[in-house]
Design a protein around this ligand. Structure first.
Ligand code: GAP
Length: 442
């Protein structure tokens, strides 16, 4: 079966994201800053909802996964031990004519975006040199090598260096996971496609520590679990697939890796990486710190270095994917509409409340329902323009339910609820609206 991307270019998403306040260019009034983006009022809610959905699925709903929140700046030795100082590099090539830089493995795309060198000549790229992706800065007032630190390029290392702290302070038993969400930074050579690849981004990672020899079993388990998470949030199944890494693609720490790929408008691309890290990181940090990061089994008295399976998802990249997958342009009763069919759990706003008329007590009744709803979940109030226009605004924001208060509400307490996806409209009581809000949660 041939599968196509939901949309053929990112342009409609970029435009809707700006129009409705999901994503803005960073420092836009100064002309913007390449590869940096800000989230607006709807974007920040969508991102928070994605993070909450991940945390609930990966941490709260399990009795063998705990969370941490480590600092972004860590001891520089962490990155020597982890291998990032030596090996977290990409091959950089530069055009001798115009200085255009590209990642060697992204050269084709870079040339496509910048086809000509100066005076319409062909580019002339030299041999690649390895470029370390970690951002460097200094901690303290003196800028010399003794104060140099890095902004973390992955959240994972904050988990490994806290392995002993977590096992000593909790009752976790192997197999168990430690999860973390937070910012990571990579000085990427090529950034493109909106928030798909940026220099500052958020990750949601979980390191699952298991008994050596059980890695394969847990690798399969987490692959399926991660795919199920996307399915549960309504992502189109046909646009998701697994892709196993070839040996020469594997990161320096990884024994095996499978990507969850999504069919973006620019082709199948990595959404999430699921890696078998073996005992690489705990071994390296044991050696680097001189502290034995062993698991001691209280029952069998065995001591060993656990192996690790790691699902690692980019928050921003998944947000872009959720927007793309939810996007649709349709004609409804001869009128065009753009709609975001976001899962209700992810939708920035769950309910929009419209008084039909600005009289006869309708605004006051609508306000009262709106206030009750806001105690339960995210809701908005809109009394401007025709009902049709108000629907369109909410469709573009991805709001699953619109509630209209009219003269009948004043008589029998019922409202009209309109479903974003089916467009079905029916009358239900205000209390039933609150029950629906509780079933979605916040
Ligand atoms: N700890 C393992 C690790 O960081 P990764 O495959 O390099 O693995 C995991 O990153 C995920 O983080 C990626 O699948 C992607 O979703 C996201 N990610 C990585 N680099 C990114 C970037 N420059 N911009 C946005 N997201 C990125």
């Amino acid at each position: 079966m041939s599968v196509t991307a939901n949309i053929s270019s990112l342009e409609p998403i970029v435009s809707l994201a700006k129009r409705r306040g999901f994503i803005f260019q960073s420092s836009e009034i100064y002309g913007g800053l390449a590869s940096c983006y800000d989230y607006g009022p709807l974007g920040v809610e969508l991102k928070r909802n994605i993070k909450n959905a991940w945390w609930n699925y990966m941490v709260t709903s399990r009795d063998n996964v705990v969370g941490i929140d480590a600092s972004i700046i860590m001891h520089p030795k962490v990155w020597e031990s982890s291998g990032h100082v030596q090996s977290f590099t990409d091959p950089l090539v530069e055009c001798a004519g115009c200085g255009l830089r590209a990642r060697q493995d992204h050269l084709e795309d870079t040339i496509k975006a910048n086809p000509k060198c100066k005076e319409g000549k062909q580019h002339s790229f030299g041999s690649p040199r390895m470029f370390n992706l970690m951002f460097k800065t200094h901690l303290g007032a003196v800028e010399d090598s003794s104060t140099q630190v890095y902004l973390r390029p992955e959240t994972a290392q904050g988990i490994f260096v806290n392995f002993m702290n977590v096992t000593d302070s909790t009752r976790v038993k192997i197999p168990f996971g430690i999860a973390q969400q937070g910012k990571s930074f990579r000085n990427e050579i090529t950034t493109r496609n909106s928030i798909f690849r940026t220099c500052e981004f958020e990750q949601m990672e979980m390191e699952f520590f298991c008994k050596p020899g059980t890695d394969d079993e847990w690798f399969s388990y987490w692959k399926q679990e991660r795919m199920n998470w996307f399915y549960e949030l309504g992502v189109t199944k046909e646009r998701l697939r697994f892709r196993d890494h070839d040996k020469d693609e594997l990161a320096h720490y990884s024994k095996a890796c499978t990507d969850v790929e999504y069919l973006f408008p620019f082709g199948w691309s990595e959404l999430e990486g699921i890696a078998c890290r073996g005992n690489y990181d705990l071994t390296q940090h044991s050696q680097g710190s001189g502290k034995k990061l062993l698991w001691r089994d209280q029952v069998t008295n065995e001591s060993y270095l656990p192996h690790v399976v790691e699902p690692a998802l980019g928050t921003d990249r998944s947000l872009l994917m959720f927007l793309i997958d939810a996007y649709a342009e349709e004609v409804v009763e001869e009128n065009p509409r753009t709609v975001l069919r976001l899962h209700p759990k992810l939708a920035p706003c769950k309910f929009a409340i419209f008084p039909l008329m600005k009289k006869d007590g309708q605004p006051e009744r609508a306000e009262a329902i709106y206030k009750d709803l806001r105690k339960i979940t995210a809701a908005t109030f809109d009394d401007s323009g025709s009902i049709g226009k108000r629907y369109r605004r909410q469709d573009e924001a991805g709001t699953p339910y619109c509630i209209t208060i009219d003269h009948q509400t004043m008589e029998d307490q019922t409202v009209t609820i309109r479903d974003r996806d089916t467009l079905e409209q029916k009358r239900i009581t205000a209390n039933e609206v609150l029950d629906l809000a509780r079933s979605i949660g916040n």
